[in-house]
Design a protein around this ligand. Structure first.
Ligand code: GLA
Length: 388
């Protein structure tokens, strides 16, 4: 079977002629737990997926970027010096944005011919955009001999997304794509940017981490994401802390009491409660995995995370709530929406021999509700971005 890694090589020859100097790969991610905590300087626990983006690249003498995506029409050509937040748009902005961010950080990046392709379902909240940025970032890093650390590459990829593409996301996705490790989840402290690979190997315990792509149409994603971010910043300002990370679970009641009266205070209380309890749940899950506990014990934390996103952060939609409820009813140890919200994927931790029953239950619930059939796959914790 040919995958993206083979296709980029063939397509490179057809588009630019000859061979690329190398091929690079960066994975998408699924977040085990810790949602909307990254931009609050908090904790997250994603894992890098088997699915990702491949890039075949070759430096060129002239300071230009020529980029082709197997999934799009035509080749985009841009002068490196002219790439800026307001001069690029569309899918190529993710690639051009990385060149801009590296140059902004003072690095000399050569012109590049690059072909990209991936196998992450688009728009499913599995970070296909971060994978694209990171695949190109590691390619440029190697080809230009920049010798940047994984954290520096993640920072450049995030800047590409924030400043050039214009999506105000936190840094979890890029860090997960760069720090992933097979058989592990990546525990990230998004303040210190410390990354720790924590053993997480469901198959070894007779379990399966199922990902259910609800295929719910993403509506209002960008606006709602930015609005949640603003509420968190506003609450932190009222509480006089640098970020909501600084509100502890013990101090939560006291903090909630200081968020003002009326509807606005009530809204901020819900948002803060989600972030503070979610950070605590990440730490609990990390503690259990670090000490080698049976992974089944993390199930209730996953489900509590979902309830918090549904009731307090208000980022779920009927499709994801239905999938979570059906999976739990059919025996999943825990289930939750993963990613930014308003659609996307649900993950469920299930006994390997219960996978079929869970899938059937979700499908039946979808049919009953009149939703489009979901698609599913098994998540396998995989290595981070690398040269192939
Ligand atoms: C999106 C963003 C991440 C993170 C999640 C929510 O995936 O890209 O930075 O904020 O949403 O946890």
């Amino acid at each position: 079977m040919t995958g993206p890694a083979e296709r980029v090589e063939t397509e490179f020859a057809e588009t630019f002629g000859g061979k690329p100097e190398g091929r690079w790969w960066a994975p998408g991610r699924v977040n085990l737990i810790g949602e909307h905590t990254d931009y609050n300087d908090g904790f997250v626990l994603p894992l890098a997926l088997e699915q990702g983006v491949a890039a075949a690249a070759r430096p060129v003498d002239r300071p230009v970027l020529r980029v082709r995506s197997v999934q799009q029409e035509g080749t985009v050509e841009l002068a490196l010096a002219e790439i800026a937040p307001d001069t690029v748009s569309g899918w190529s902005a993710y690639v051009a944005g990385v060149a801009w961010a590296l140059r902004e950080a003072g690095h000399d990046v050569p012109g590049l011919e690059v072909v990209v392709d991936g196998d992450i379902p688009a728009g499913a909240g599995l970070s296909s955009s971060a994978a694209l940025e990171c695949a190109v970032a590691v390619a440029w890093n190697d080809l230009a001999g920049l010798d940047l650390s994984r954290d520096d590459l993640a920072a450049a990829a995030q800047r590409a997304e924030n400043d050039v593409v214009g999506a105000p996301t936190g840094g979890m996705d890029q860090m997960a794509s760069l720090h992933g490790r097979s058989g592990h989840a990546v525990f990230l402290d998004m303040r210190s940017l410390r990354a720790e690979q924590v053993p997480f190997d469901p198959p070894a315990a007779g379990l399966t981490l199922l990902v259910i792509d609800t295929r719910a149409p993403h509506a209002h994603v960008d606006g709602e994401y930015a609005e949640r971010r603003r509420s968190c910043t506003q609450a932190a300002e009222i509480l006089g802390v640098p970020a909501l990370r600084d509100v502890s679970l013990d101090g939560l009641d006291d903090a909630l009491a200081r968020l003002g009266d009326g509807a606005e205070g009530d809204l901020l209380r819900m948002r803060v409660r989600h972030v503070v309890t979610e950070n605590a749940r990440v730490l609990d899950v990390v503690g259990a995995l670090r000490s080698g506990d049976d992974p089944r014990v993390i199930g209730p934390a996953l489900t509590a995370s979902h309830a918090s996103m549904r009731d307090d952060f208000e980022i779920t939609v009927p499709e994801v709530d239905t999938a979570v409820a059906a999976a739990l009813e059919a025996g999943a140890h825990g289930a939750r929406m993963t990613g930014g919200g308003f659609g996307g994927c649900v993950l469920a931790l299930v006994e390997a021999d219960a996978v079929e029953a869970v899938l059937r239950a979700v499908e039946a619930a979808y049919e009953k509700a009149g939703f489009r059939a979901p698609s599913t796959f098994v998540a396998t914790a995989s290595d981070g971005a690398r040269k192939l």
